[in-house]
Write a protein that binds this ligand. Structure first.
Ligand code: F6R
Length: 608
């Protein structure tokens, strides 16, 4: 997920491009760059890091010209670095491209182009695009872009400049967003509407394979055959801040709604029916997996809660003992680690200080480390032996939601990968779980439709000072996450308990009106959970249950029930966490809390 912008007009492009990129920084901020044509010469400035770095460079050496393109990057192929930053150019520096998406056949195209003498300077998939356009360029840039896109597989929104035809800007999309802003004698292209809202409210919303050709003659939309496409102008009525959040009021709720996509993206090319699981950046061999006598999962906060699910599923499916550790405690307990130990660190940011020191300790003692992280080029991804990226896209809200969902998917993928290699499950069983996983995005969508029930609940309960979350087995792991989410964004005190443990102490806290959120998604444990809920209701607690659709018998034992779509028991956390995230969000809204930036918290905790 990156952001692209383009400008063609009468004003200096640099300021307009930077302004647009600032609005798109939420899409990624690993690097930024611009390319601007000045008197038939294409000048490029790009650098690693936040947009501010690029701005500082441009302040010192401004780029002149009124036609330009820009990019803000969220790294996928190739670590954040100056070389991997966009725009990318052909060798002569006459063709420049910004790209959002993934060119899936880039390895093939790269080899094909290299055989023809093309030289590459970055590790990115994008760099094939300017070379490919160069290959087809015979004096008509529009034709060359069309021929190049016909070779490209995957998703893309690209904007292209060519200094041999300095009065043209070309853009096209396939499976990645792209809009065109219409000004007076000036045009804009961008990944998202906020990037153009300071200049115009009239836009074209492009569909796949629609080519935008902007020149001194104006703007043309055409298909690959050159036939003109007539499109209605869309008038934007929202304000810029709302648009940046895709129309949502806060990043947290936007990211909660992005979960079906994030789940789907994380499974892409890894969970494919009828094909064994192969993992790109994981090189551990079958023999090494067979020799593993212990796995440590180490993480902090929400990532630790994903690890709690990981422990359960890896033990159940791959039959390897797993110890789960809070990263800040790990190294102080002198853990037993050797070369047959595997450590899995889970970290959205890949930079959390405690998680990194656990990783380094494990490496020092000879263990192999797999990093599950959302950030390409992060410390965890660089220092671990193997990496499994969660493709959640940038998570802006401090409270983690979509990253957690993708960390769960990563745990299932690793558990199945080990089970496949250790042959602890039959191929049929693995296929059955994979098929059920592929249904998760749809089930998550279904769950998200039920937010009104949660809103009503929060309107009635937000004044409470304490709440309890209970569950058994995997539901306990989700209860831990639900409780953390609630306290961090709404400041309501909450605790999570393994339901069977209540009678050993915490039940003393139950009194008339105490709010208990009870998860009962696990078929095998359902009966026991109902008994626990009844024990609490009898003592005056108001129990709000979450149970699979069809289990209406629970209604007699609790104050209210929300039904969740039925999925395989081991996959239930992916779905049952959604109402708990919504609950935390709406509680915070009711209380007027700053939901995206809760007090005292930071997105990335880089101190121990
Ligand atoms: C809670 C939350 C934190 C993080 C924790 C680890 O919503 O986001 O608990 O999960 O700080 O961060 P990462 O995953 O970046 O290591």
């Amino acid at each position: 997920m990156c952001g692209i912008v383009g400008y063609f007009g009468i004003k200096e492009a640099q300021t307009i491009l930077i302004d647009g990129l600032r609005k798109l920084e939420y899409r990624g901020y690993d690097s930024a760059g611009v390319a601007i044509i000045d008197n038939g010469v294409l000048n490029v400035t790009k650098c690693k890091g936040r947009l501010a770095n690029l701005e500082a460079e441009l302040l010192e050496t401004p780029l002149k010209g009124t036609v330009g393109i820009g990019h803000t990057r969220w790294a996928t192929h190739g670590k954040p670095s100056d070389e991997n930053s966009h725009p990318h150019t052909n060798e002569k520096g006459t063709i420049s491209v910004v790209h959002n998406g993934i060119i899936e056949n880039y390895i093939h195209l790269r080899e094909w182009l290299m055989a023809k003498g093309y030289k590459f300077v970055s590790e990115t998939d994008t760099e094939v695009v300017p070379h490919l356009i160069d290959f087809y360029y015979k004096g008509n840039i529009v034709e060359a872009v069309k021929k190049a896109t016909a070779k490209m597989e995957g998703s893309y929104a690209i904007a292209v400049l060519c200094s041999d035809e300095p009065d043209k800007l070309i853009a096209v999309r396939k499976d990645s967003p792209l809009i065109v802003g219409l000004g007076e004698n000036e045009f804009y292209v961008a990944s998202d509407i906020p990037a153009v809202l300071n200049h115009t409210r009239e836009v074209y919303l492009l569909e796949d394979n629609e080519f935008v050709v902007i020149s001194n003659d104006g703007i043309k939309l055409e298909d690959i055959e050159g036939d003109i496409i007539n499109k209605e102008v869309f008038h934007v009525t929202w304000d810029a801040a709302a648009a940046e959040k895709g129309g949502y009021e806060h990043f947290m709720i936007k990211e909660i709604h992005e979960q079906p996509k994030a789940i789907r993206d994380t499974m892409t090319s890894r969970i494919v029916l009828g094909q064994p699981i192969t993992l790109d950046d994981i090189n551990i061999t079958k023999e090494q997996i067979k020799k593993l006598d212990k796995i440590y999962i180490v993480a902090c906060g929400t990532a630790y809660h994903a690890g709690a699910v990981g422990k359960y599923v890896i033990e159940k499916l791959a039959r390897i003992p797993v110890e789960l550790d809070i990263a800040s405690e790990f190294k102080y307990r002198d853990p037993i680690i050797d070369k047959n130990t595997l450590m899995i660190v889970i970290s959205q940011s890949g930079e959390t200080a405690d998680t990194m020191s656990a990783l380094r300790l494990a490496k020092e003692k000879g263990a192999r480390v797999i990093a599950v992280t959302n950030v390409v080029g992060s410390a965890a991804s660089r220092e671990a032996d193997d990496v499994l990226y969660t493709w959640a896209g940038p998570e802006i809200a401090v409270a983690s939601t979509k990253a957690y969902a993708t960390q769960l998917i990563a745990m299932y993928i690793i558990a199945l990968f080990f089970a496949q290699n250790k042959e602890t499950l039959s191929m049929d069983k693995i296929e059955e779980i994979k098929a059920a996983m592929l249904e998760l995005p749809e089930k998550a969508e279904e769950m998200l439709k039920d937010k009104e029930t949660i809103q009503k609940f929060t309107a009635k309960t937000y004044m409470h000072k304490d709440m309890f979350f209970i569950g058994r087995g995997l539901d306990y792991a989700v209860a831990l996450e639900g409780s953390l989410k609630l306290k961090e964004v709404s400041y309501i005190h909450s605790d999570a308990y393994a339901a069977g443990e209540l009678k050993h102490g915490a039940i003393a806290l139950m009194e008339e009106g105490t709010i208990v959120i009870a998860l009962a998604t696990q078929e095998e444990l359902f009966g026991k959970m109902v008994s626990n809920m009844r024990e609490l209701s009898t003592r005056g607690a108001k129990v709000y249950a979450f149970a699979p659709k069809g289990h209406t018998e629970i209604e007699k034992s609790v104050h209210a029930v929300t039904y969740v779509p039925k999925v395989l028991d081991i996959l239930a956390p992916v779905i049952s966490v959604i109402p708990l995230q919504l609950l935390a969000y709406y509680m915070a809204i009711q209380k007027g809390c700053d939901v995206d930036k809760p007090r005292n918290l930071a997105k990335s905790v880089t101190v121990e």
